[in-house]
Design a protein around this ligand. Structure first.
Ligand code: PLP
Ligand code: ZN
Length: 401
C-alpha cells in the first residue's frame, strides 16, 4: 500500500517492491521504506481506537498490498505487565514486562512469520526454506500451513523437542542437523541454490523484520505514545532489536512520538555472546563465536547477518550489550514465576538478569521506565524447571509443614 522502495542500509541501493527479494548484492539485509508523507495524511493515531487487537492494526506501516493475502492467527497486542513486586525489590518501580508468551505459537516469532508468510503468499512463493533454532521453524511452519506454502525447515538436533513436533504437525519438511544453526544455514543455502526456493532465513528476506517492528508500535501505544527509557531484548539474530529501532524511527517520522529513542539493551548468554564482545571492543561487526552453548536456545546464534545493524542501533540509542550466565538466567526465571506468577522462557528471563545487573551498576536509574521483552512462554521449555514433588498413595495425608 504505502511501500516506496526496498533499500540496502549499507550501500543505499534501492530495489523495486513487488518481486521476491533476498539480500542486497553486497550481502546486507534489505529494509522496507514507506512513503511516510502519504501515511501521515492517511493514518491517524485515533483510527487505532476502532481497530482489532492484532499487529495488523498498523496496516499502513506493513508491506502487504492485498488484504486477501494476510495470514493471521490474531497475533499482536500482547500484555504489558507491571512487575510491581520485583520492581519494588529492585528499587526500579517502573519495571514492565511485555509478554510475548501469550502470542500464537508461544513466541514472538509469530510476528515475523505472520508478515513474512503473508508477503510470501502475495509474491506467489510456493516453497520456502529456513534454518532455525526451533521457534521460528514452529511459527513459520504453522503460518505456511495456513497459507498453502511448503516449508522446508532445518534445525539443530538438540533444539527443543517441542519445536520438532510443531513443524511435524503443520506438515513442514523437517530436517535435523548434528550442529548449530550456522550449520543448518549452510545446508539451507545449498538447497536454495539447487532448487531455486525462497530463502526465509533471518534477514535474508525483508519482511520478517516488518512483523517484529510492531513490538515498538505496541510499546509506544501501550504507554500512550510516551516511549520508555530502556528496553531490554534477548538478542540472537537481532531482528527484534533492529525492528524495534526501525519502528520507533517510523513513529518519529509520523510525529506520533517525540524524537526520543529508548536506550536499547541487547542481552545474550555468556555461552554465546558475539554481539557483547563486539560491543565491548567497539567493533562494527562480530566474530564467529566458537562452540556456543546456552539453555536459552533462541539466542544461540554464533554470528548474525545483521550484526552491524544491531551494533548501530545500540550505539545510536545510547544503549549497551550485556551477557548473563545460564545460572543467572535460571534464577531470574524462578524469580519471575515466584514473585509475579509469570512462567517465561529463558531468553525472556535473561532480560531480568540484565536489568538487575544494570541497576546495580547505576546504568538504569530508579526513575527510569524499563521494559523487559519476554519473547516466549516458559511452557515451551519445560526442561528448564525441576519438579520433584512427593508422591502419595491415595490414602496418605498431607502433613502441613
Ligand atoms: C528467536 C528468539 C530470540 C532472538 O530473536 P532475534 O530477533 O533473532 O534476536 C529470542 N527469544 C526467543 C524465545 C526466540 O525464539
Ligand atoms: Zn548493499
Amino acid at each position: 500500500m504505502f511501500v516506496k522502495t526496498i533499500t540496502c542500509p549499507r550501500c543505499d541501493i534501492h530495489y523495486s517492491n513487488g518481486k521476491p527479494l533476498q539480500t542486497c548484492s553486497c550481502g546486507s539485509p534489505l529494509l522496507v521504506q514507506y512513503d511516510y508523507t502519504a501515511i501521515r495524511k492517511a493514518f491517524k493515531k485515533e483510527m487505532l481506537n476502532k481497530r482489532g487487537n492484532t499487529l495488523w492494526r498498523y496496516r499502513e506501516l506493513l508491506p502487504v498490498k492485498n488484504d486477501a493475502n494476510i495470514v493471521s492467527f490474531g497475533e499482536g497486542m500482547t500484555p504489558m505487565v507491571h512487575l510491581k513486586s520485583i520492581g519494588k525489590r529492585m528499587e526500579t518501580p517502573a519495571l514492565y514486562l511485555k509478554d510475548e508468551g501469550c502470542i500464537p505459537t508461544g513466541t514472538f516469532k509469530a510476528r515475523g512469520a505472520a508478515v513474512g508468510v503473508s508477503m510470501a503468499r502475495e509474491l506467489g512463493i510456493k516453497v520456502l526454506a529456513m534454518p532455525t533454532n526451533g521457534n521460528a521453524g514452529g511459527a513459520w511452519s504453522s503460518y505456511c500451513a495456513a497459507a498453502g506454502i511448503r516449508a522446508v525447515i532445518v534445525m539443530p538436533q538438540d533444539a527443543p523437542d517441542i519445536n520438532r513436533r510443531e513443524c511435524a504437525i503443520a506438515g513442514a519438511d523437517l530436517f535435523l542437523v548434528n550442529g548449530l544453526i550456522s550449520d543448518a544455514g549452510k545446508i539451507v543455502n545449498r538447497a536454495i541454490a539447487e532448487n531455486n526456493w525462497y530463502d526465509a532465513s533471518t534477514l535474508r528476506e525483508p519482511y520478517r523484520i516488518e512483523g517484529k517492528k510492531t513490538m515498538a508500535f505496541e510499546i509506544a501505544e501501550q504507554f500512550d505514545w510516551n516511549v520508555p527509557d530502556v528496553i531490554i531484548y534477548p538478542t540472537g539474530g537481532g531482528v527484534g532489536l533492529i525492528g524495534m529501532y526501525k519502528g520507533f524511527k517510523e513513529l518519529m517520522e509520523l510525529g506520533w512520538i517525540e524524537a526520543k529513542m529508548p536506550r536499547l539493551v541487547a542481552v545474550q548468554s555468556a555461552g554465546c555472546a558475539p554481539i557483547v564482545k563486539a560491543w565491548d571492543e567497539h567493533a562494527e561487526e562480530c566474530d564467529f563465536w566458537e562452540s556456543s552453548r546456552t539453555i536459552a536456545f533462541g539466542i544461540n546464534v554464533p554470528k548474525a547477518l545483521g550484526d552491524f545493524l544491531v551494533l548501530e542501533a545500540l550505539q545510536e540509542s545510547h544503549g549497551c550489550a550485556v551477557a548473563m550466565c545460564d545460572h543467572e538466567i535460571i534464577a531470574a526465571q524462578q524469580l519471575l514465576a515466584l514473585q509475579e506468577g509469570l512462567f517465561v522462557c529463558p531468553e525472556g528471563a535473561a532480560t531480568l538478569a540484565a536489568a538487575q545487573w544494570l541497576v546495580k551498576r547505576d546504568w538504569i536509574n530508579p526513575d527510569d521506565r524499563v521494559v523487559l521483552l519476554n519473547t516466549g512462554t516458559g511452557l515451551k521449555y519445560p526442561d528448564t524447571v525441576r519438579a520433584d514433588p512427593p508422591v502419595l498413595t491415595p490414602n496418605e495425608r498431607i502433613l502441613s509443614p
